[in-house]
Design a protein around this ligand. Structure first.
Ligand SMILES: *Cc1c(COP(=O)(O)O)cnc(C)c1O
Length: 352
């Protein structure tokens, strides 16, 4: 037996939320959108020509990049797209975090950040959130190799005002600051305008949540042209044809239907606020989430038990067995009907 195992890049992989498949289930565990994508996506899907699949896709994903640039009123050179924002973020870690100094992110946050850092051998330091789960910009004014956090944060739903983000970006001119805006469309102000003022800011967004296209794998980001060009260079050194033809076309179609996008986001926000009121009546406590989920704990019942009881009823929410948050449930906002059924189930479980 040789020693080849000594040469392996050993990693502990990210654990995605489970994808159960039962006809009667209510799936509130991975922050997917309960509504279908825009009818324009449906139309574009029907118009696909299978013959084009012989051909490689456009490596620049120009049609999608131009649609995004047009909608957000930036130059195409300030836009980069990837196979979900996970792909965009992984490429960004690889491109921007090379100083050898620890990068900073919150202790309670998207659990892919430490996985990428470990995979790419990037040192990191996790900054504890305040007791109320808020982020203190002052904590990020220390020597570091880069900064990343989501806004709103996941899984807490807590937001950081754009002024505080600007403060962090301004205080860290020698590193790249990444704001992961996966949930920004559900009621948070975007840091996007700041890219015109700061060349060290990357703003990352996705079609997976607010545009109902998690299965299509489309993510994107904005930054200064030079910042984006470095990201593109790394991507082309890794795999030039990451975005497939279908995703490019469906993404471009979705961007064009602004009315539908706004309508479905508004509906989810409305259902979220209703859900908060109902959860409070049942004795749950939670912060003021601005995402498409609520992060809640019950005043007496254990989260692990509520989670297990809901599961028996084929209602899936997310439970993280981790320090500080092991008594919380992250509940995705579904349709109004689904949330009403959730409340019925919760009433039976916590007995109010
Ligand atoms: C969902 C999510 C992502 C990844 O989404 P993609 O489906 O890869 O676009 C990134 N960051 C956060 C905080 C998320 O919640």
């Amino acid at each position: 037996m040789g020693n080849w195992e000594n040469n392996i890049r050993k990693v502990i992989p990210y654990t995605p939320g489970e994808q159960p498949d039962q006809p009667d289930m209510i799936k509130l565990n991975t922050n997917e959108n309960p509504y279908p994508p825009s009818p324009m996506v449906d139309k574009a899907m029907r118009e696909l020509d299978p013959d084009t699949m012989r051909l490689y896709p456009d490596p620049t994903a120009g049609e999608l990049v131009n649609a995004i640039a047009g909608y957000y009123n930036v130059k195409p050179e300030q836009v980069f797209v990837g196979v979900g924002s996970d792909d965009v973020l992984a490429m960004a870690f690889l491109t921007y975090f090379n100083s050898g100094k620890p990068i900073l992110f919150p202790d309670i946050t998207y659990s892919f950040y430490d996985v990428w850092a470990d995979t790419f051998r990037i040192p990191y330091r996790q900054i504890p959130l305040k007791e109320d789960f808020s982020i203190d910009p002052e904590d990020y004014k220390t020597e570091n190799g880069g900064i990343i956090f989501p806004n709103p944060n996941a899984p807490t739903g807590e937001t950081v005002p754009v002024e505080a983000i600007e403060d962090i970006v301004r205080s860290n001119p020698d590193v790249v600051v990444i704001i992961d805006e996966a949930y920004v469309d559900f009621g948070t102000e975007s840091a996007l305008p700041l890219i015109e003022k700061y060349d060290n800011l990357l703003v990352v967004q996705t079609f997976s949540k607010s545009r109902s296209m998690a299965g299509m794998r489309v993510g994107f980001c904005f930054g200064n042209e030079k910042l984006i060009s470095f990201l593109s260079d790394v991507k082309y050194s890794f795999n030039s044809y990451t975005m497939n033809r279908t995703s490019i076309k469906m993404g471009a179609a979705a961007i064009k239907d602004d009315a539908y996008f706004r309508k479905t986001c508004r509906q989810i926000i409305e259902t979220r606020e209703w859900t908060k009121k109902e959860l409070a009546k049942l004795g749950f406590v939670f912060g003021d989430s601005k995402a498409n989920f609520v992060f809640a704990k019950h005043s007496s019942a254990a989260a692990s038990e509520i989670f297990a009881e809901l599961r028996k009823k084929h209602i899936y929410v997310r439970y993280f067995n981790k320090p500080r948050i092991d008594n919380y449930l992250r509940i995705t906002i579904g349709t109004q009907e689904e949330m009403m059924r959730l409340m019925e189930a919760l009433r039976e479980i916590v007995g109010t």
